[in-house]
Design a protein around this ligand. Sequence first.
Ligand code: ADP
Ligand code: ADP
Length: 223
Amino acid sequence: RALVTLAGVAKRYATGTLALRDVSLAIGEGGFLALLGPSGCGKSTLLRMIAGLVAPSQGDISWPGGAAASRDIGFVFQEPTLMPWATALANVALPLELAGMPRREAEARAAAMLARVELKGFEKAYPRALSGGMRMRVSIARALVTRPRLLLMDEPFAALDEITRFRLNNDLLDLWQEERFTVVFVTHSVFESVYLAQRIAVMAARPGRITAELPIGAPYPRG
Ligand code: ADP
Ligand code: ADP
């Protein structure tokens, strides 16, 4: 069943740009959907709309599971937006503390989450002391530590070198297969979309729209 449904969604920015036109899409619960398309086709706009950060100018976005589900979102951006003055552990614990969890418990969960992204031993490191790939791992841990049902990723690995990117792709697949959260993954890499996703929504620009939806099936068998 669908976690999120978009019906006839359009977005025109105040500048006049028609960023998206007539987008209809069902995001299946537990699935891994890639949004694939060139720069400017509205991928980020679509992702931010699903997150509730941008309002559609036309059409509807609905959450069949109820409004509570719509707040249950983790977001990972290309630039790891970590707090530079806080350790990896404190960065990951923050969403839990903001939700009212006592610090000791939040830090215990954050430490477990850091271990899940292969960062055991780096709890006390500051972001500037970590490599780009490690900072991305901290961002993923921070997005998943609250156990959201939906993980939105906006070209998360585009700035990383190929080997780091490949490792992160594999580790993301492992996490997804173990935890079964829903993923919407924005990329302009054909390889990445085919490797990761169960389903690909192909987009085109001017105006931004979905031109095809391709089922990929089960991801590459692992383990
Ligand atoms: P990318 O292709 O890496 O997504 P963009 O250049 O499309 O980068 O956009 C970077 C940021 O600038 C986005 O967050 C977007 O909201 C903003 N942006 C892009 N185009 C415009 C614009 N025409 N006017 C205002 N903000 C824009
Ligand atoms: P993508 O992520 O595929 O690169 P975006 O969603 O960032 O596409 O942008 C789609 C179109 O909307 C682009 O033409 C971009 O310049 C424009 N755009 C994006 N954000 C804004 C914004 N905040 N204000 C005005 N125009 C924007």
